[in-house]
Structures are given as structure tokens and as C-alpha cells.
Design a protein around this ligand. Structure first.
Ligand code: HEM
Length: 407
């Protein structure tokens, strides 16, 4: 019998669990690879990844791919509002249109806005750790990673406490469609569509109220950019929804991946406990070592070349952020997890170029406060009795379903 498996198999569960040996082999052997399995180019070298992220011919107008992938054979009408609202977000626009929407987003994530968010993040982390401290154990995913980003963003937007549960449900259902693995596509697509409609109505109402009475919350900051970009209320609402869902699954996954890397490397954990001011360094190395989004993709809208390889209109390109982070041409001994690595911050886990992650500063802050809290309050952190369960059904999103720990 011939072995018909592809040379680089991106769906094999073993390859998905231990992703980096596969990516290292690809980077060494065929750094720009045409995968029949993905029907796409796969780019893995650092220099090529940067070139791809900065190439204007590689387009972010790829919503139909996201929706098609998640719906599989279901009726596209189920996700029609999801598609309409997402199409209005900066994440799916190019060039001047992207810039206009991003102008609004930038207003909400200035260094001073981030500094003002710090006490909020601190209070949320303290409360989450208070809840589990006495038990001496927790599941990092359900007890810390999941509530942290959604509580933070709800506070930053100034969502009243009475609306939080509904708001959380909508954002969870909508975020899952962007960044999750669906087990029941028609049901989950309908939930995502309803979630988007709920969020849209909620934000449109909130915008109306805040316009008359601006405060120092995230929405008021964003509204300051509305006139500059000449955005409609619907466009402002779409960017708010994007901010909500783009930072949801990603931050959950980053938190799990970071704590898992520290548990796998007790010497690094001890270094952090000995000096919790190393938390920002640990965050950067965790981002480099095991990113929440190992790949993003683009559609070629003209003729271009990446790594000497010609690419043509309509082709899909998978850009290997995680692979670039382990390129030995840039990072010495790339498979080592070392929080003292001098160039740890050169990773591309938040992408680069015009679509570089808007919420990178907030995600960094959330993880930094969480790691500092753990190092100070739970210095004996170790794995729990139950094994962790990885969540890596595809090469785009990578995290944990559960990560039990004791302390
Ligand atoms: C660990 C956490 C996070 C990771 C790994 C991450 C990663 C990324 C990546 C790779 C992109 C580029 C996507 C592309 O161009 O295809 C991106 C874009 C974006 N992210 Fe994040 N992100 C994280 C957290 C957040 C947070 C907390 C927020 C908001 C509060 C956020 C908001 C955004 C937005 C709005 C964009 C679109 C930017 C644009 O299109 O110009 N992200 N993120």
C-alpha cells in the first residue's frame, strides 16, 4: 500500500498537538510550501512572514473564507447578520478603508488609556484569585483565563453589572464563530448570528447615550475618533463588537499557553517567583514560545512573490506567526523557553504591518497582572492530578480546554 498522507499533514492530531516539530521541518525543507490539503501557500520563515504581513497585495478581505469554513454545508443565510456586521470591521478591510476604521480603534488603546485600565485588571485578577485561594487548586482555563478578558472588556466599556450575563453570552457565542471549533455548525452559527444582532442593538443604544454624556470609558474614547474617520453609528458599533470578540478566545488561549509553558519549565517559574518584576519578560517569551494564533491568512489580490515564490490572484496564504517565532535565523536556540532571552520581544504573535493587533497592550497587561498575582500568591504552583486537555483542532487557534493546577 502506498502512503497517501501528505508530507506535511496539518490535520493529523499528533502534528496539531506537537505543532513545532512539523513547522521546523517545513521551515528547513520548504519554507514557502503549496499545501494541497489546505489549498493554500504556507509561509514559515521570519523574513518571509514579515514580508507577507506588509505586502498590500495580500488582502484581509477574506470573510467568505471564515464563514464558509465554519458553516461547512449549512445554509449561509444562518450567518447573514454575522457576515454583514463583520464586513464592517477593520479586521476584514484593506488600505484606506482599513485606515479609516482603525483611526477610531487607536483612540481607545493609547498608552494613557492602557495605564488607566491597570487598576481594573488588577481588581479583576485579585477577585478571581481570591475565589480559589483557599481551595488550593483551580482550573486555569475556567477559573482565571476565561473570565479575565470578558470581565475586563465589560468594565472598560462601562457595561452595567445587570447587563453583564447577557453581554457575556452574546460575546461568547459570537467570538466562538470567529475563533473556535464548532461541533454543531447550524446551531452555533445561529447562536453567533443572534449574538452579533444582540451586541449590535446593545452598542447602538449605548452609543446614543454616551454621545450625549461622554465619560472616560472605552466607548467614549472610541467615539472621539468617530468624527475624524466619519464613521456611522453602525460602523462604530461594529468596531466595538470586533474589539470584544478579537480579544476573547485569543487572551484565554494565551493565558493557558503561558501558564502551561511555566509549568513545563519549573526553573523559569522559580525565576519569576524570585522576582515578579520579570512578569513582562515572561509574557513576551510566552507570546513567542506558544502563541494563541500560530497562523493567520490572507487572499492574494494581484501578482506578488514571497520568498522568491510567485503567487497569483485568488490564492490563500497561511502566514506562520508561530513558525517565525521559532526561526533559528532570528532566535538562538528557538525551542528553549527562556524568559531572559534578549530579543524575546521580536516575536510576531500579534502580527505586524497595518493589521497589527490593536489590543496587544491590553492582552500583555492582563497576562502580566495575572502572572504577577500567581507568582506572589501561589508560589508553589504545580500541575494538578488531572492531565491538561489541549485545544488545537486546527493550526490557526491553539489553547487549552482545561489546565488543572494546585498551589
Ligand atoms: C493574546 C491575545 C491576542 C492575540 C494573540 C491577538 C492576535 C491578533 C492578531 C494576530 C491580529 C492580526 C489578525 C490579522 O491581521 O489577520 C489581531 C488583530 C486584532 N486584534 Fe488582537 N490579539 C489578542 C488580543 C486582543 C485584544 C485583547 C483585543 C482588544 C481588546 C484585540 C483586538 C484586535 C483587533 C481590533 C484587531 C484588528 C486590527 C486591524 O485589523 O487593524 N486583540 N490580533
Amino acid at each position: 500500500m502506498f502512503d497517501t498522507r501528505p508530507a506535511y499533514d496539518f490535520t493529523d492530531p499528533e502534528n496539531l498537538t506537537a505543532l513545532y516539530p512539523l513547522l521546523a521541518r517545513l521551515q528547513r525543507e520548504v519554507p514557502v510550501y503549496w499545501s494541497e490539503q489546505l489549498n493554500a501557500w504556507v509561509v514559515t520563515r521570519y523574513a518571509d512572514v514579515i514580508a507577507a504581513l506588509r505586502d498590500p497585495v495580500l488582502s484581509n478581505r477574506r470573510l467568505e473564507l471564515v464563514v464558509g469554513y465554519q458553516l461547512r454545508d449549512s445554509d449561509p443565510a444562518i450567518a447573514k447578520d454575522y457576515e454583514r456586521i463583520s464586513a464592517d470591521t477593520m479586521l476584514f478591510r484593506d488600505g484606506a478603508e482599513h485606515h479609516r476604521l482603525r483611526t477610531l480603534g487607536n483612540r481607545g488603546f493609547t498608552p494613557s488609556a492602557l495605564e488607566r485600565a491597570r487598576p481594573t485588571v488588577q481588581r479583576i485578577v485579585d477577585q478571581l484569585l481570591d475565589k480559589v485561594q483557599a481551595a488550593g487548586r483551580m482550573d486555569v482555563v475556567t477559573d482565571l483565563a476565561q473570565p479575565l478578558p470578558s470581565l475586563t472588556i465589560a468594565e472598560l466599556f462601562g457595561i452595567p453589572k445587570t447587563d453583564r450575563d447577557l453581554f457575556q453570552k452574546w460575546s461568547h457565542d459570537a467570538a466562538k464563530f470567529l475563533g473556535g471549533n464548532l461541533t454543531d455548525p447550524p446551531r452555533e452559527a445561529k447562536a453567533a448570528n443572534d449574538g452579533m444582532l444582540g451586541l449590535e442593538a446593545y452598542f447602538l443604544n449605548l452609543i446614543k447615550h454616551r454621545q450625549g454624556k461622554p465619560g472616560d470609558d472605552l466607548l467614549s474614547l472610541l467615539l472621539a475618533g468617530q468624527a475624524e474617520g466619519r464613521l456611522s453609528a453602525e460602523e462604530v458599533s461594529a468596531q466595538c463588537i470586533l474589539i470584544l470578540i478579537a480579544g476573547h478566545v485569543t487572551t484565554i488561549d494565551l493565558t493557558g499557553n503561558a501558564i502551561n509553558a511555566l509549568l513545563d519549565h519549573p526553573d523559569q517559574w522559580r525565576a519569576l517567583v524570585a522576582d515578579p518584576s520579570q512578569a513582562p519578560a515572561a509574557v513576551e517569551e510566552a507570546l513567542r514560545y506558544d502563541p494563541a494564533v500560530p497562523f493567520i491568512y490572507r487572499i492574494v489580490r494581484g501578482d506578488t512573490q514571497i520568498g522568491g515564490q510567485k503567487m497569483g490572484p485568488g490564492q490563500v496564504v497561511y502566514i506562520g506567526l508561530g513558525a517565525a517565532n521559532r526561526d533559528p535565523a532570528v532566535f538562538a536556540n528557538p525551542d528553549a523557553f527562556d524568559i531572559a532571552r534578549p530579543n524575546r520581544g521580536d516575536h510576531v504573535s500579534f502580527a505586524a504591518g497595518p493589521h497589527v493587533c490593536l489590543g496587544a497592550g491590553l492582552a500583555r497587561r492582563e497576562l502580566e497582572v495575572a502572572l504577577t498575582g500567581l507568582a506572589r500568591r501561589m508560589p508553589n504552583l504545580r500541575r494538578g492530578a488531572e492531565p491538561p486537555v489541549r485545544r488545537c483542532e486546527n493550526i490557526i487557534f491553539r489553547g487549552f480546554h482545561s489546565l488543572p493546577v494546585e498551589f
